[in-house]
Design a protein around this ligand. Structure first.
Ligand code: NAP
Length: 331
């Protein structure tokens, strides 16, 4: 089979190799999947750049790829609940990787059945992005996806990306009033996803995150880059919670200081996603019920994984970037 790998840290898309390797065999508790679609995540590029090399070094050659939709080919011993031929979606551990491939191994505890109406590309698009959206909303108290949060004003900075497009839809399901910030080319997309107010970050009003209707925010999600609280504290309610989905050294320090500060009227916190099969199931059900739509930016063939990485690096995509390993399997 073909898969994508790299043999050293750094080098970006140019270091990706599209090579022939043996089809892997599933061990106990694992499934072998014929991969139909993979979605990529910005963190994969940072891992290649050595993000984790001091505490969790990679073993080279390393094959990236975590968010995979495909068909079950065979089962390792002890796997229950799946059969060959099942259409599934899986989250492969980020340090195991191997999703950028024609066949991939996934732990059965990280796999859920795919709803038939959902294409492989759509399913692959809601794995890490879906976890992140669902779990970050929950972290700041937006737990209901059936109304109940009508009293909340929410701002989502960077709502047009892979995470933001899902987050916007989930927060709207909670009933909250949502103001989003994006560039002018994504305004229509934001309106289609039912944003109540859309700010263009290239305008003066957008740069200060000022709600057109004068609302002050109870919750702010930052999916774009670190923004100091002082840049928009005038737009916040007392006791507002600001959650940064893009932790950097600076935002981690800010969150730590904010936690022990008795003077700050607002909470600033970081977010880290974790793997959770139930959350993947929830995302699949929401999508199956038509409550959350996949937003897909560009689809690349697996052999063009480097082009997909270059596209991701620009940080201008609307929704998710998808890689397709082969033509979809007909059902
Ligand atoms: N903490 C965690 O566990 C976790 C998990 C998953 C993802 N993340 C992080 O969350 C962030 C978002 O992920 P993603 O997959 O959604 O990224 P993404 O798809 O690459 O985000 C691209 C989007 O960001 C928008 N954007 C860029 N600069 C902006 C700005 N200044 N203001 C507003 N929007 C801006 C772009 O819109 P325009 O084209 O209109 O500029 C584009 O639509 C990434 O940093 C990712 O690493 C964290």
């Amino acid at each position: 089979m073909k898969h994508v790998q790299y043999s050293r840290y750094h080098g970006g898309s140019k270091a990706l190799e599209y090579v022939e390797v043996p089809i892997p065999k599933p061990k106990a508790g694992e499934l072998l999947l014929k991969v139909e679609a993979i979605s990529n995540n910005p963190v994969e590029l940072r891992i290649q750049d050595g993000l984790m090399k001091h505490f969790l070094p990679l073993r080279f050659p390393f094959a990236p790829g975590t968010d995979v939709a495909g068909e079950v080919v065979s089962l390792g011993t002890g796997v229950k609940g799946f059969r060959p031929g099942d259409k599934v979606v899986a989250h492969i551990h980020v340090l195991k990787g191997g999703g950028y491939a024609e066949y991939a191994i996934a732990s059965s505890s990280r796999v859920v059945l795919r709803v038939p109406e959902i294409s492989a590309s759509e399913a692959a698009s809601i794995v890490v992005a879906g976890y992140t959206a669902l779990q970050s909303a929950r972290q700041v108290g937006i737990k209901s996806l059936a109304g109940g949060c009508e009293h909340l004003n929410v701002q989502i900075i960077g709502a047009s990306g892979g995470v933001g497009t899902i987050l916007l839809q989930l927060v709207k399901l909670s009933g909250a009033h949502v103001t989003v910030t994006c560039s002018d080319r994504n305004i229509e997309l934001m309106r289609n996803l039912k944003a109540d107010e859309v700010l263009d970050y290239q305008t003066q009003q957008g740069a200060t995150y000022t709600s057109p209707s004068g609302r002050r925010y109870h919750r702010v999600f930052n999916c774009a880059h670190f923004v100091p609280l002082s840049n928009f504290s005038a737009q916040l309610q007392p006791n507002a919670r600001v959650i940064d989905l893009t932790p950097t050294r600076r935002s981690i320090v800010v969150a730590m200081v904010n936690k022990v500060s008795l003077r700050s009227p607002h909470r600033f916190e970081n977010f880290y996603m974790w793997d959770n099969q139930e959350d993947l199931q929830t995302m699949m059900e929401l999508m199956g019920a038509g409550k959350v739509k996949a937003v897909l930016d560009t689809t690349f063939p697996l052999c063009k994984a480097g082009d997909a990485w270059d596209h991701c690096l620009k940080r201008r995509c609307a929704g998710k970037i998808i890689l397709c390993s082969s033509p979809p399997i007909s059902s």
